[in-house]
Design a protein around this ligand. Structure first.
Ligand code: ACO
Length: 311
């Protein structure tokens, strides 16, 4: 009787209990989680590329060590998330295949280029800042393995955000050229960071259902507003401006108002027409092909190990 299972599932979600891999769940709940978690995992590993672009050109040994650690963390986040997605009965190979063939998405933000060293700072401050704003509520997501993976990811993301902020602070207090470089990076990353939160609520296909299931805890617009409110005072202490003439405090709402977002640009990036879509996917496919020997060796080793212990 599916009805009884369904009632138990609904009751568990209503009581804020966690749904675990062996529990019964509606097919659409499982499919939504696979979609969102896969997209999230893909974003983490594609997100390594824009920053890795600067590892060989970091301005000091200290900055280089920090950046390498950060890019490695992103790989780790991808692995936690692929593992968590596998608990839903899908394999990592299948998910990667869907990424490589363009059947699953990754975040729009990683289709923009990193033109200067200051972009590493802007990504840490804004992109990782937006990621934290979106991901902290996911620690309370109804699906246990996803929620638990998010706890550790958020701790590491906080460190990433701080390093970006500190990097921009150093540039902001540097020479006029360094200050200008920091400002230019913030100008270019601000609007794409706001797009990370997804389409406006009235155009968000999945939000209502995902919020009923407590996969999402807040709407896209709600989290976007929270992010803007956090960033304005931080920009002031950095001595940098945000590139939006409409940005001002609204006493009545108790929030900052901000200007219109260019949703045409967002849609183009999702369709594959962003500045770096092609480069990112080509590089990802190449990395996967070049890693084939590692996967084969690991599989051969595991097979030998199993047959030895078996007999
Ligand atoms: N980039 C690419 N695609 C997006 C983005 C974005 N910034 N925002 C929304 N979309 C896609 C959705 O995946 C969905 O497409 P689909 O139906 O083909 O899957 C479509 O646009 C409609 O959007 P929504 O209905 O609002 O989708 P959803 O309810 O999944 O909300 C959101 C989108 C907020 C991104 C959600 O999936 C989420 O919280 N994901 C987890 C966080 C995450 O993926 N972060 C990755 C970037 S952070 C980082 O890696 C450092």
């Amino acid at each position: 009787d599916t009805g009884a299972y369904e009632r138990a599932f609904d009751a568990a979600v209503a009581a804020d209990e966690r749904i675990e891999p062996r529990d019964w769940m509606p097919d659409a709940y499982r499919a939504t989680l696979v979609r969102q978690m896969a997209q999230h995992a893909h974003s983490e590993i594609i997100g390594m590329q824009p920053e890795a672009n600067w590892i060989t050109r970091a301005p000091s040994l200290r900055r280089k060590a920090i950046l390498m650690a950060k890019v490695q963390d992103e790989a780790g986040h991808g692995l936690y998330l692929y593992s968590a997605a596998e608990t839903l009965g899908t394999s990592r190979d299948e998910l990667l295949d869907k990424l490589h063939s363009g059947r699953q998405k990754y975040s729009s933000i990683f289709n923009y280029p990193t033109l200067t060293w200051a972009d590493v700072g802007a990504i840490g401050w804004l992109v990782d800042g937006a990621a934290i704003t979106n991901q902290v509520p996911l620690c309370r997501c109804s699906y246990g393995p996803y929620a638990r993976a998010m706890v550790r990811i958020c701790k590491e993301e906080s460190f990433h955000q701080r390093q970006g902020y500190e990097l921009l602070l150093a540039l902001g207090r540097g020479t006029p050229e360094q200050h200008a470089m920091a400002q230019d990076a913030v100008n270019r990353w601000w609007w794409p960071s706001l797009m990370m939160f997804g389409p406006p609520d009235d155009e968000s296909a999945h939000s209502a259902q995902s919020m009923t299931w407590k996969i999402k805890r807040h709407s896209n617009d709600e989290l976007r507003q929270r992010f803007v409110d956090i960033c304005v005072p931080q920009a002031e202490s950095l001595g940098l401006t945000l590139p939006d003439p409409d940005l001002r405090w609204n006493e009545e709402r108790g929030h900052y108002d901000f200007g219109p977002i260019d949703w045409t640009e967002f849609k183009e990036v999702l369709k594959g027409n962003g500045p770096c879509n092609e480069q990112r996917l080509t590089q990802r496919r190449r990395a996967h092909e070049e890693g084939a020997w590692v996967r084969e060796s690991a599989a051969a080793y595991a097979a030998r190990h199993t047959s030895r212990t078996d007999g």
